[in-house]
Write a protein that binds this ligand. Structure first.
Ligand code: PMT
Length: 383
């Protein structure tokens, strides 16, 4: 990451530093938590998503409805944020998250009596429909043609799936009928941050009944607006000749051309969420690592840096079977029971089939949220 200059350019080998050790500028100051000035700069210099006003209005109505019912409300963030490389975006940087953690957790929060604002990456997994979407669970596989009487054709759920489907359908219909689930999509890192801030502000009337469950995989680096290419990045250069645009210097093997992307760090806004946007809510963040030796250390670093309530650590490889709850006082592992050797068919599946780690995570978060609300009420009464 280097300061200044255009973010993206094609350059000759001699001008670039492609080696991995040069990819991040280690002389730059460490990633620190964002302060008010970073917030002002970021939100003043990057464009808000066009749907901000509409989502804000819908969220306000949702919060008012559930405030009136004294219901707890959780904001679940889910899926990955993109980093566009062009203003008229053709290409972007993305990450692996499919939104499984967020969509699954949202269902368990609904079961626990919460209303859920589901801030998710567009087209990632959604509560309830996740059981029948995406490539591994194509909804067509759950259907079959029923016997027909002449010209009429009917489609029904296949017998073996009916029991589960009815259960999912009932829960889905209930959440819809009672207006318990609000789905709000984002795509880019900037949209996500604008919406996170806006929703946190709208949730303030909930006081301690607001819970933030930040499972989205948020980009650490981005291309600031002022350095973003307007149009699709070209692989070579164009020059005008006789009134026509002519393609010169195309990139190709041996041409020495490279695409160098110069990214700035995204301000660490969790601190602003804790201190300013949602000072009364309970805040739970997730930490993803791939190196087991780093996980607990990084969770503790996040707690220290942001002073929020809880970090849930997970490793990429085992995130579906185990997580660790890290708070100021303790570390606590939650694990799915293991299958027997026979059940795993030679160790292919690590957790119990059909069981979901979110069924353990969410009740524990709900319990801690309840305890926090109780402490605040007790402290208010005694003062
Ligand atoms: O969707 P799945 O496939 O089921 O995967 C789920 C998951 C592995 C993505 C999820 O369980 C998870 O771990 N999510 C967090 C991933 C992560 O470590 O993100 P992060 O390091 O970018 O952010 C950690 C925390 O810092 C987050 O709570 C985030 O809100 C916060 N953050 C991040 C960036 C930023 N600029 N400011 C922040 O405050």
């Amino acid at each position: 990451m280097s300061a200044g200059g255009s973010s993206i350019n094609t350059a000759h080998k001699t001008q670039s530093s492609p080696a991995i050790e040069n990819a991040i500028d280690r002389s730059a100051p460490n990633f620190t938590a964002a302060v008010e000035k970073d917030e002002t700069t970021y939100f003043d210099t990057n464009p808000p998503p066009p749907e901000l006003e509409e989502f804000s209005r819908i969220a306000e109505e949702f919060v008012n409805l559930h405030c009136a019912h004294q219901r707890r409300v959780v904001l679940v963030t889910s899926g990955g944020t993109t980093v566009p490389l062009e203003n008229q975006t053709v290409r972007f940087i993305d990450n692996f998250s499919a939104g499984t953690r967020g969509a699954t957790s949202a269902e368990y929060f609904l079961e626990a009596g919460y209303a859920v604002i589901f801030l998710h990456r567009q087209f990632s997994l959604l509560p309830y429909s996740r059981h029948y979407s995406h490539s591994t669970n194509c909804f067509l596989d759950f259907l079959s043609e029923a016997p027909t009487d002449g010209s009429r054709h009917t489609i029904v759920a296949r017998e073996e799936y009916t029991a589960k489907m009815i259960s999912v359908l009932r829960k889905y219909k209930h959440a819809k009928r009672e207006k318990l689930l609000l789905l709000l999509p984002f795509t880019t890192i900037t949209s996500y941050l604008f919406l996170l801030k806006e929703l946190a502000m709208k949730m303030r009337p909930l006081g301690g009944k607001a819970l933030f469950y930040l499972a989205a995989a948020v980009s650490d680096f981005f291309v600031p607006r002022e350095r973003m290419a307007e149009h699709k990045i070209q692989s070579g250069e164009f020059a005008e000749k006789d009134g026509e645009m002519e393609f010169i210097n195309p990139a190709g093997p041996g041409s020495g051309k490279k695409l160098i992307i110069d990214l700035d760090p995204v301000p660490k806004f969790l601190k602003r969420l804790v201190e300013s946007w949602a000072p009364e809510g309970m805040i739970v963040s997730f930490k993803l690592e791939t190196d087991p030796k780093l996980l607990i250390k990084k969770c503790n670093m996040a707690l220290k840096r942001y002073s929020h309530h809880l970090v849930i650590g997970n490793l990429l490889q085992t995130r579906k079977y185990e997580v660790v709850f890290v708070d100021q006082d303790s570390q606590y592992w939650l694990r799915l029971p293991q299958n027997t050797e026979e059940e795993t068919n030679g160790g292919k599946f690590a957790g119990k089939q059909d069981s979901e780690i979110e069924a353990l995570i969410v009740p524990e978060v709900v319990r801690r949220h309840g305890a926090l609300i109780w402490h605040v009420v007790a402290a208010t009464r005694s003062s």
